[in-house]
Design a protein around this ligand. Structure first.
Ligand code: NAD
Ligand code: UD1
Length: 338
């Protein structure tokens, strides 16, 4: 079976490509290297011991995608390609709608033209917005999101719903990721954000490795046990494995499916920092700063549907996530530029 992975050289995509190849799938990657580098492809090869087929292709490039579907026999698609920075999306909303939403429409049109109607889509817990209380359940009403990035995810979910309503030969799995962190056990691939990281774990790792001076914890006056925000962190390897189950679902059934991929457990920012310090033995200086605009106090999943229907549940805990994030960061202090 051959799987097209858009965004396959990105953070989650690279881990998923390895998991797919280890599970015996043939992998075809389409990525434009907007937020990744050719060296990732070499490391995927090295770790999987196999060669994925690679196309340097923008998902908005209809002719480019058409070439891939003509040259390769694709059975199912995992669609990671997209822009993902919340803050950036507020400054360049049109690029986000164009890349994420228009890009997905082009991809779906080309798939339909080639009779490929199986897709796993990277959605996000962000679609639950501010109105729903954790634990978050897939059937909750979504859409009250506060930023263009989140809106692209809601819009794409709605496009997929409408597509399935128009043609029930499709098999569509929408996966809502909670907070992916950690890295491959080898320390060879991991998350490599450009510039100063926005997200917690890359920030902590860069403080620990001496690239940044101090972590600022955004607020300690939330209504949570220790006052800092609570999130459902999930190991990227668990997430990668979840995609194998989701692909199998698309190959086995037609239908429209939505699954949370989280652990079902929340950890506070302070708990994460302390777990990291404990597991790595590194010093992580921090200070308490003001709240970050748009942050919610407590976000975690109800992960029971993925367990019941996909037979998937997270296996790694917060200490594994910290140890593996640190292995990647400490062995690659300059990320993929090292
Ligand atoms: P990433 O930026 O590391 O990977 C995305 C990949 O897509 C990159 O390699 C990039 O070059 C590629 N890409 C972007 N636009 C493209 C285009 N138009 N054509 C071809 N390739 C393109 O991000 P990630 O963390 O691996 O996230 C993957 C997906 O999961 C994204 O859709 C993201 O929104 C979603 N997601 C991520 C998180 C997270 O915390 N990382 C959480 C929820 C959802
Ligand atoms: C953020 C995005 C969300 C996206 C997710 C992907 C926002 C508002 N939300 O979620 O849409 O799907 O990333 O992983 O940007 N923190 C600090 N100091 C830091 C960085 C973070 O205290 O330097 C705190 C944050 O306040 C938050 C927690 O750590 O409480 C996790 O932050 P982050 O990793 O950015 O993820 P989310 O905010 O959950």
């Amino acid at each position: 079976m051959s799987i097209l992975v858009t965004g396959g050289t990105g953070y989650i995509g690279s881990h998923t490509c390895i998991a797919l190849m280890e599970a015996g799938y043939d992998v075809v990657i389409a990525d434009n290297y907007y937020n990744s580098k050719p060296v990732v492809l070499e490391r995927i090869r090295e770790l999987a011991g196999k060669e994925p087929v690679f196309y340097n292709c923008d998902i908005r490039d209809r002719a480019g995608l058409d070439k891939i579907f003509t040259e390769q026999k694709i059975d199912s698609v995992i669609h990671f390609a997209g822009l993902k920075a919340v803050g950036e999306s507020c400054h360049m909303p049109l690029q986000y709608f164009d890349n994420n939403v228009s890009g997905t429409v082009v991809l779906l049109e080309v798939m339909a033209a080639h009779g490929v109607r199986r897709i796993v889509f990277s959605s996000s817990a962000t679609v639950y917005g501010s109105e729903n209380e954790s634990p978050l359940v897939e059937d909750m009403h979504i859409g009250s999101v506060s930023n263009p990035y989140g809106r692209t995810k809601v819009m794409i979910e709605e496009i997929l719903n409408d597509l399935y309503a128009s043609d029930d030969r499709w098999s569509i799995c929408k996966l809502r990721y909670f907070n992916p962190i950690g890295a491959h056990k080898s320390g060879r691939i991991g998350e490599d954000p450009n510039g100063i990281p926005n997200n917690l774990m890359p920030y902590i790792s860069r403080v620990a490795v001496g690239k940044l001076e101090q972590l600022t914890i955004f607020g300690n006056d939330y209504d949570t046990p220790d006052g800092t925000c609570v999130r459902d962190y999930i190991h990227v390897l668990d997430l990668a494995r979840g995609h194998i189950n989701a692909v199998q679902k698309t190959l086995a059934d037609t239908g429209l499916f939505t699954y949370n991929l989280g652990t079902g457990h929340g950890y506070s920012v302070l708990e994460v920092v302390n777990a990291f310090i404990k597991v790595t033995g590194q010093n992580v200086p921090y200070r308490i700063g003001p709240r970050r605009e748009g942050d919610l106090a407590c976000v975690y999943s109800d992960a029971s549907r993925a367990k019941a229907e996909l037979g998937w549940e997270a296996q790694y805990g917060i200490e594994d996530m910290c140890a593996d994030a640190w292995r990647w960061q400490s062995r690659n202090p300059d990320g993929y530029d090292g």
